[in-house]
Design a binder for this molecule. Structure first.
Ligand SMILES: [Zn+2]
Length: 142
């Protein structure tokens, strides 16, 4: 992939990274604020107890989003490393080029669509980027 394209994808990843960090810090802010409210004002205490059901649900939802976005952030950081080390856009399984259309939709993709399909059939979970041996072999030790 030429430098111009690499630069394009780097910017794409950086933009996505910014959004991800914004979501994470928004939740972080909400949690900090809630903690201050809960401990700071005694007159609100009963209201808080009444709200506890919704709070818990809300908190669970936020925890889910937070975990998802932290994982997303890790993938984006890995992608930046792949761009820097010239591994970007190459399938970790077959070594073929990943189509640019796919990279535009999923810039952190590490496998071509064919390999991903094959892999997903064998392993029925989606967290395979870090678990697969060839990923570590090719990315870490090349
Ligand atoms: Zn492949």
């Amino acid at each position: 992939m030429n430098n111009q394209k690499l630069q394009f994808f780097r910017e794409l990843v950086l933009k996505e990274r910014e959004n991800t960090i914004r979501i994470i810090s928004d939740i972080d802010e909400t949690w900090t604020k809630n903690m201050q409210d809960a401990s700071g004002n005694l007159s609100n205490y009963t209201i808080h107890l009444a709200d506890i059901g919704t709070d818990t649900q809300e908190r669970e939802k936020e925890t889910y989003i937070l975990e998802r976005e932290l994982k997303h952030l890790r993938l984006l950081d890995e992608t930046l490393k792949r761009i820097d080390s010239n591994n970007f856009g190459t399938c970790i399984y077959c070594g073929e080029k990943i189509s640019e259309e796919r990279l535009k939709a999923v810039p952190y993709a590490v496998s071509c669509i064919e390999c991903q399909k094959k892999y997903e059939k064998r392993n029925n979970h989606n967290n395979h980027y870090y678990n697969h041996k060839s990923y570590n072999k090719k990315v870490k030790f090349r």
